[in-house]
Design a protein around this ligand. Structure first.
Ligand SMILES: NC(=O)c1ccc[n+]([C@@H]2O[C@H](COP(=O)([O-])OP(=O)(O)OC[C@H]3O[C@@H](n4cnc5c(N)ncnc54)[C@H](OP(=O)(O)O)[C@@H]3O)[C@@H](O)[C@H]2O)c1
Length: 428
């Protein structure tokens, strides 16, 4: 027998507004004959236009009262933030045994285990497909599609704002600051861009994906996070001369014992699919022991794609399939411990600025040898007007500690005018 699901939506911004419009256009979207009806909404400003007809939909002054309303069967949180009203309202709905759908990666990365345990205690379900990669079904792929495999590693581009900025820096040969200012004008970047350009948004997402991939609970504290603020145009140009493109890569490798989870700028070969994913696109590689390498790419943000992901979660709630939130019971989940950083062995891109003096190249080679690092490729650019010479080299694979040592030794050479810039070459 078909039934009607009464839906409450908290947050009517980009995602919430998109979802409300979608629900009104396609109330019968879920397979199986059940329908959905938007019965309640909440946001900060009641008078803001939402691009949807909200007459007949009850306005709630607080997300908590919407979450707790007996009129609401399914609570949808699209406010955002790891703490505050979003966390309180999701907790309240789960305590009442109500299914919850959220797009809030910060919340899931910070409190995923606690919320999963609560959902299991009360028999509620918690869904967050839209939290990672927007319209691209990365969560379902890892939790459901790959349940029969053992994931070895995941790596991808998970923040559209950073990808847009890096793409535009290369395309228009402009600085980070200039492109960021344009992205803010166009609405691609927030007024306070730290969450995006500092790598934290990508870190929230990779932490959630790592939990699903390796059978643990999200452990944001164990993630290493570096943003794109220090990427200079000269690095982008020199990387390209050597056949690479700089991307903000979020990656995790490991097993149920733990994972190394990191977000940092990295060089990707120009012909690699991750290098081809330009603009605001998101992309992800997954390597499984049995299925081998999988690649998905698409719109990681925006009203349409993200509302479609929320709708897919609503359809799951309606279908009634019961799956543990992170693929296995919360009682078995432990925050994934961090695997040792000095085990990482990668090639590195080192960019130096030196004075045009004889013997400098020999001194650099000596410094690298002292650190036990050898050179794979080397490029010296013409002397600049300042009299300085840009030199760039790609090392053979070495531990991060060895690369750090090499940077320190090179920085102490008198003709080297600034500490070398080191960027890892992605292992993809
Ligand atoms: N934007 C995307 O493409 C995207 C993609 C994937 C995931 N997400 C996630 O989706 C969530 C929402 O993102 P968004 O981009 O839609 O954000 P947004 O455009 O800033 O919208 C946030 C909404 O929450 C409401 N709100 C804020 N504080 C509130 C409070 N204290 N009480 C009630 N309502 C409150 C706002 O009300 P007013 O409108 O009245 O100010 C607004 O409607 C976040 O968790 C985000 O990380 C977003």
């Amino acid at each position: 027998m078909s039934r009607e699901w009464r839906i409450g939506v908290a947050g009517l911004g980009v995602v919430g507004g998109g979802l409300v419009r979608f629900l009104q256009e396609r109330p019968g979207f879920a397979p199986g004959g059940d329908t959905v009806r938007l019965v309640g909404v909440t946001a900060r400003d009641r008078d803001k236009p939402r691009g949807a007809d909200l007459s007949g939909v009850e306005w709630f002054d607080h997300p908590l009262s919407l979450a707790a309303s007996p009129e609401v069967d399914l609570f949808i949180e699209l406010i955002g933030g790891a703490e505050g009203v979003a966390r309180a309202a999701v907790t309240a709905a789960l305590k009442l045994g109500k299914p919850v759908v959220t797009a809030n990666k910060a919340l899931i990365a910070a409190h995923g285990l606690e919320l999963a345990a609560l959902a299991e205690r009360t028999g509620a379900s918690l869904h967050f497909e839209a939290a990672v990669m927007g319209g691209v079904p990365a969560v379902k792929m890892l939790r459901e599609g790959l349940v029969g495999d053992d994931v070895i590693s995941i790596a991808g581009i998970l923040n559209g704002t950073c990808n847009f900025i890096l793409t535009e820096m290369e395309r228009t040969e402009r600085s980070f600051a200039a492109v960021l200012a344009e992205a803010q004008r166009l609405g691609y970047a927030e007024a306070d861009p730290t969450t995006d350009v500092g790598g934290f948004d990508a870190a929230h997402k990779i932490v959630v994906l790592a939990a699903l991939a390796f059978g643990g609970a999200p452990n944001f504290a164990a993630a290493e996070v570096e943003g794109i603020q220090a990427v200079e145009l000269i690095d982008i140009r020199l990387a390209r001369d050597l056949g690479y493109r700089i991307k903000l890569i979020a990656e995790a490798a490991g097993s149920a014992r733990g994972a190394s989870v990191r977000v940092a700028p990295a060089l990707v070969p120009l012909n690699h699919p991750l290098a081809q994913a330009g603009g605001a696109l998101n992309a992800l590689f997954v390597e499984g022991q049995r299925v081998g390498r999988l690649y998905i790419q698409g719109a990681g943000a925006g009203a349409g794609p993200t509302a479609a992901a929320v709708a897919a979660d609503i359809a799951d709630v309606i279908a009634g399939g019961r799956r543990p939130v992170f693929g296995r019971p919360a009682t078995e989940l432990k925050p994934l411990p961090s695997l040792e950083r000095d085990r990482q062995i990668d090639k590195a891109f080192l960019r130096l600025m030196v004075r045009d003096e004889p013997g400098t190249i020999a001194a650099i080679s000596e410094a690298l040898a002292k650190a036990g690092v050898s050179i794979d490729s080397f490029l010296q650019r013409p002397v600049e007007d300042s009299g300085h010479v840009p030199i760039v080299l790609i090392t053979h694979p070495a531990t991060e500690m060895a690369i750090d040592d090499a940077v320190t030794h090179i920085a102490s050479i008198p003709a080297v005018i600034e500490r070398p810039r080191s960027i890892r070459v992605a292992r993809t």
